[in-house]
Design a binder for this molecule. Sequence first.
Ligand SMILES: [Zn+2]
Length: 181
Amino acid sequence: MLRGELTVIAGCMFSGKTEELIRLVHRARIARKNVRVFKSVLDARYSKENVVSHNLKDVDATPVSSPAEIDSLLSNEDEIIAIDEVQFFDRTIIDFVEKWINKEGRKVIAAGLNQDSKGRPFGPISDLLAIADDIIKLNAICIKCGSIANKSQRIVKSDSQIMVGSTDAYEARCRNCWEPN
Ligand SMILES: [Zn+2]
């Protein structure tokens, strides 16, 4: 019997998505599961080879440029596929995730931003949330007022939806303090 399933970890910047992904990877490894960790090559914030959260607790991760590249690197023994910064991948990730969970019986844990800095669904995340078996929705604390924050405030100018950055480029904001840009 196949036991594939998809868990999506979603939230704004500084909501602890990568920490949660790392926590789930560590738990799966304690349970002696074979886990492969991938991340987008676009996320080169701290380390090319590791998934590194803002808290810098890292696990080994393979940087990839596409969902097809993840698929090409998998072996039959890989039971769990963990993917960080999943919003950076194109929509082909949906078909691959469905293949991995439905046809191959793997578990997929995907972490990513649910919204871009204008508040729109980011990349393939809305489809992934729609097909997820389990959703872990995280929030942060608004840097302006201390309320619960669900928005990523871009604090430097850019016209691109994708602008990788950390404390230098983004802040967590609540809906009242957030200005889309
Ligand atoms: Zn606020």
